[in-house]
Design a binder for this molecule. Structure first.
Ligand SMILES: C[S@@+](CC[C@H](N)C(=O)[O-])C[C@H]1O[C@@H](n2cnc3c(N)ncnc32)[C@H](O)[C@@H]1O
Length: 213
């Protein structure tokens, strides 16, 4: 069973407050998502990702599951001209679209985009990151957390989308699917980890932020 995580009236109100973002590239990316039913993180969570990155002065962001660059539109703005956003996606057509959009936005030079499994790309990229952002297929969430957590610098953030899964992680909404089971397991692992302080923002489909101590 699925249900609205946020009261639709609150969702509308928050979107009204965020209406100031009228960059034509952002609007075109949002229109594409609407037209092709592509699951971008959306306006409210995008603005939240940017705020999180700005708050910790992030310069190095590793995205796992970038699609055509919508979440990277926000992260590339936050990291500034001397920052880098590592993007990953299994589909080459998403990379090409990301290049098109983020070039138009004037920020493609801040992006390193690997067409590959995000987990493999993370393993071959050295160092730690200010933010590791997880938006891969849901049944991979527990393993992706275990891989990603050591790559977040102390004081940095692990951020993960869709952690409330339209309510299917709750006892009432639980559907016993592989994805729901994996997201529940993932959330339990993150909250149980003594090295991280975790919180879930119940906006859209739920965004988890865990700060490494
Ligand atoms: C939900 S979409 C979100 C895209 C982006 N984060 C945004 O908000 O606009 C997830 C994307 O991750 C890609 N993906 C899923 N699992 C992946 C994995 N393990 N490695 C690389 N890409 C993956 C999919 O092809 C899809 O384009």
């Amino acid at each position: 069973m699925t249900f609205d995580i946020l009261d639709p009236r609150i969702d509308t109100y928050l979107k009204q407050l965020n209406a100031k973002h009228d960059d034509p590239v952002l609007l075109a990316m949002e229109a594409r998502a609407e037209e092709h039913d592509f699951p971008i993180v959306g306006r409210l969570c995008g603005a939240f990702l940017e705020a999180m990155a700005l708050t910790i002065g992030a310069k190095k962001v590793f995205e796992m599951g970038s699609g055509y660059g919508y979440s990277a539109w926000w992260f590339t703005r936050a990291v500034g001209p001397d920052g880098t956003v590592w993007c990953t996606d299994g589909k080459a057509e998403n990379r090409d679209l990301a290049e098109q959009y983020l070039t138009e936005a004037g920020r493609w030079d801040r992006v390193e985009y690997a067409v590959s499994w995000a987990q493999e790309a993370l393993m071959v990229t050295e160092g730690t990151f200010d933010i590791v952002y997880n938006d891969v297929v849901k049944d991979q969430y527990p393993d992706t957390w275990l891989l990603a957590k050591d790559r977040v610098r102390p004081g940095g953030l692990y951020i993960c989308d869709n952690v409330l899964w339209s309510g299917r992680v709750t006892d009432e909404g639980y559907d016993a699917s592989d994805s729901s089971e994996a997201i529940r397991r993932h959330n339990e692992l993150v909250f149980a980890d003594s090295e991280f302080d975790a919180f879930i923002l119940p906006v859209r489909d739920g965004v988890l932020v865990a700060r490494r101590r």
